[in-house]
Design a protein around this ligand. Sequence first.
Ligand code: 5AD
Ligand code: SF4
Length: 445
Amino acid sequence: MSASDNIPAKTFYLETFGCQMNVHDSEKVIGTLLHEGYIQVEEVEQAGLILYNTCSIRDKAEQKVFHRLADYKKLQKQGKRFGVLGCVAQQEGEKIFERAPYVSLVAGSASYRNLPHMLAKLEAGEQRITGLDDRNTDETFDTEFTARSNPYRGYITIIEGCDKFCAYCVVPYTRGKERSRTSDSVMAEAQRMADEGYTDIQLLGQNVNSYRDPSGKKSFAALLAAVGEVAGIRRVRFTTSHPRDFTKDIVDAIDAVPALCDHVHLPVQSGSNNVLKAMLREYTREEYLTKVGWVKAAKRDISMTTDMIVGFPGESEADFEESISLCREAGFDAVFAFKYSPRPNTPAINLADSIEEDEKSKRLAILMDRQRQIQAETYQRHLGQTLAAMVEGRNEARGQLVGRSSQNKTVNFSSRALIQPATGSYVNVLITKVTPNSLVGEMIA
Ligand code: 5AD
Ligand code: SF4
């Protein structure tokens, strides 16, 4: 029963890298482990089982995992066991056992439904346990044991995997093919969360708007609207959307259902048609901007944010300039920009990684600088507005409260009320100042 003299084997430590999908997968993994009688601990030293839920979207993310494993190698002598979960696990498979022989468990996300079985093998002393599904699995990881870390705001996965095969992206290989949950099971989970006191739900999927209800009852927009109409739910977000499958009925749903948030994250990746074509994105700059136009024409002020990759193979100066001009034309409220990183198995790995690292860094810095100017302008529209903010906590350094607007913007605010608003509550804030990344204001009654 003992991993070492005084550490029970059924204690675990879990660290998560990567996107919201991974964060939410970890909540499900934690819930499953707790249900199996494990106890979660906050420090690696206290754990019998150390798990890393890994990301391989870019090389840096992947390297972090191996550095972490190397850091903790010495702990193996204390009888601890190690498990690698998530995208690096699925991508590297059993090669992880060669690189880090002290690892006992390697499991990709499509195999988590078998976790109890894998844990039983681990407890029986087996050394090398793998959960590696091929791309064609139909399984999704639905569990009633999800241990959500926030009591007000929570994720629901509605679609797993990806069938888009963009030239740079590992996700179709690490997370398998696209498979959606039935709308009934999503609605049941949303209702359960509302009953438990959640008011803010984020629907998740690698391409969330490619959702296809296996029961044929609801389109993505209809599901979004239905979750927004669950009594008690005040905010519904969705991430991440693929422009090709972004349909106008999504904008219509946001206009029609007050609980749907004023925010669309629509990763464009590049503003150049040459690069979009090489990336196999299946849309043009003009088509993307048409969809931006739908969002801008909505009755509500819907905030738009995006992802960009700089330095994709063959990206010329002129192509890069088109990414900048697209940011200006779309007037994004935030851009998450990344240097292109060649990834194993992807089509682009066969293209020469032609842009020097220095040049990628230069383009990234220019893009971020231009976007900062754009945001400084777009955020101005909030000056003098009264916005609802969900309280997230206090910023002690600023002596202010921190909240989030429907548009997903950080709102730092002061309150003269005698009783400070509780975390998870909604308050109205008069915006008196804007910075490129946040809004500042005063709570009003
Ligand atoms: N290199 C750089 N950025 C990437 N992304 C995905 N794959 C790569 C890659 N190989 C970025 C995309 C995506 C975001 C989650 O990560 O912009 O939208
Ligand atoms: Fe990283 Fe993509 Fe895996 Fe998320 S799905 S953890 S972003 S590789």
